[in-house]
Design a protein around this ligand. Sequence first.
Ligand code: DX5
Ligand code: ZN
Length: 213
Amino acid sequence: MKVAPSVLSADFGNLQRDVEAICEAGCYFVHVDVMDGHFVPNLTIGPVVVSAIAACATKPLDIHLMVENNTFFVDLFAPLKPEYISFHIEEEKHPHRLIQKIRSLGIKPAIVLNPHTPPESIEYLLGDLDMVLLMSVNPGFGGQSFIQSVVPKAKKLSAMRDKLNPNCLIEVDGGVSDKNIHLLKDAGVDIVVAGSYVFNHQNKKEAIESLKV
Ligand code: DX5
Ligand code: ZN
């Protein structure tokens, strides 16, 4: 299992220290949560802060957009050269066009599904994606409880992925800890995002290691 700590749970007064710490502690990606106060009831960071994160991160960035105007935000973050940009299917009228746009910018495209959104909704997009992110909480805040129904959903998506695009990764985001990591592994998940579990732990390396099952 690959681990992408979410900097949403970092100490923003010591952002460089925390980003360097998770990179040294063996994270796979640095997960960056961009919220606009419209698609979700929270407002986080823009390109000024994300470029500061990019400058001190030694691992690639995985930017998770939780915004209304995806195209505007893709243009805003593309110059920072993240590895992935993911956008919510619930908020995009033309997902296929946006996938092509993200790829044309040299970035790997990913789609995010909210807890209620079935994997079948992206069946005809799966072949064009590099990653699918399944939300295991309602997007907007760190530190929420894991929604169990993501486990059968990940199993279903994993079967679709094996058939339609075996190279597409499956990522799960929200409430991930050592309590549910084995269920996610068994369901075919490749990457987990973990915010509060990693940053509230005394030892970030130990926390990350405990998720690498
Ligand atoms: C929620 C964010 C998550 C969140 C995860 O909207 O997308 O990335 O920060 O935090 P935890 O692991 O605390 O649920
Ligand atoms: Zn996220």
